[in-house]
Design a protein around this ligand. Structure first.
Ligand code: HEC
Ligand code: HEC
Length: 220
């Protein structure tokens, strides 16, 4: 076999394994590039307020995709679009690598609008049922199929971490899939599911997800 043929076959193998030619980011450079992000996302990607998503431990590829989507309008948020437009393409992988390497601190576990423990338990029980089993009556797919039973990321399929994310952010972004402010889910994977869900069901899965503990984070 000639040298060229070998390269061609290697190329095919790489394509079929979905290897991308994306350069590895440098977390140290990334850290320097996130000075302007700290005010909301915290110095280590652990945001202070529950409406700002935690970025620590989120896969680099997911972070990079979201920043690109804010720039190109698949995802609408006045604040983040402004910041995304200010990020140089060459720095994207470094920023992603920095956040991916950070450890997530526990978010506050509370369901502030519910007063009694039994109401809270009922909501989390509903959340677990919908997350693990889906809903045969409405055709809602179970979340665990893509997000895993622990809310871990599935990097090859572009699935983000849900475990230990601020529930307020999860509720807000899920509702944005429903009202089409967020349309950057390829093949409408999230929109198809969320369209079948009521606001109460969305809150239940969001709180349940935020209580999950990612197995990947535990190993760090
Ligand atoms: C003024 C506050 C603020 C600042 C500063 C800020 N962000 Fe954000 N960021 C937000 C908010 C709010 C959201 C959620 C937007 C939404 O719901 O669509 C967000 C979302 C994101 C997401 C998507 C997270 C996910 O789970 O999908 C990424 C990635 C991100 N920001 C990166 C950055 C980077 C990098 C910087 C600095 C260059 C930055 N942000 C600066 C407020 C901020
Ligand atoms: C078929 C696979 C699949 C299923 C099933 C699925 N998701 Fe997703 N989910 C995704 C993908 C892929 C993304 C990333 C979309 C993007 O690129 O912005 C995502 C994104 C999300 C986000 C946004 C996270 C963030 O940080 O902004 C939330 C929240 C979410 N899913 C919750 C759920 C819940 C709750 C369920 C069940 C009711 C569910 N998902 C079922 C594939 C899936």
């Amino acid at each position: 076999m000639s040298f060229n043929n070998k390269h061609w076959i290697l190329g095919l193998i790489c394509l079929s394994l979905n290897f991308s030619a994306v350069a590895q980011g440098d977390a140290e450079i990334g850290k320097l590039k996130t000075m302007g992000c700290m005010g909301c996302h915290g110095p280590t990607g652990n945001s202070f307020l529950p409406n700002f998503p935690a970025l620590a431990g989120q896969p680099s590829s997911y972070i990079v995709k979201q920043i690109q989507d804010f720039k190109t309008a698949g995802r609408h948020n006045a604040t983040m679009t402004g910041f995304a437009l200010g990020i140089n393409e060459a720095d994207l992988n470094h920023i992603g690598a920095f956040y991916e390497s950070q450890v997530k601190t526990p978010v506050i576990k509370n369901i502030p609008h519910l007063k009694t423990d039994s109401e809270k338990t009922a909501l989390l029980t509903l959340g677990k049922k919908l997350y693990d089993n889906g809903n045969a009556d409405t055709g809602q797919a179970a979340c665990f199929v893509c997000h895993g039973s622990n809310g871990d990321a599935l990097v090859d399929l572009g699935v983000p971490v849900l475990a230990n994310q601020h529930p307020r952010y999860l509720i807000s972004t899920l509702k944005e899939f429903k009202n089409r402010k967020r349309t950057n889910d390829g093949e409408r994977v999230m929109r198809r599911i969320i369209d079948t869900m009521s606001d109460e069901q969305i809150e239940a899965v969001a709180y349940y997800s935020s209580y999950l503990v990612s197995t990947i984070e535990e190993k760090k």
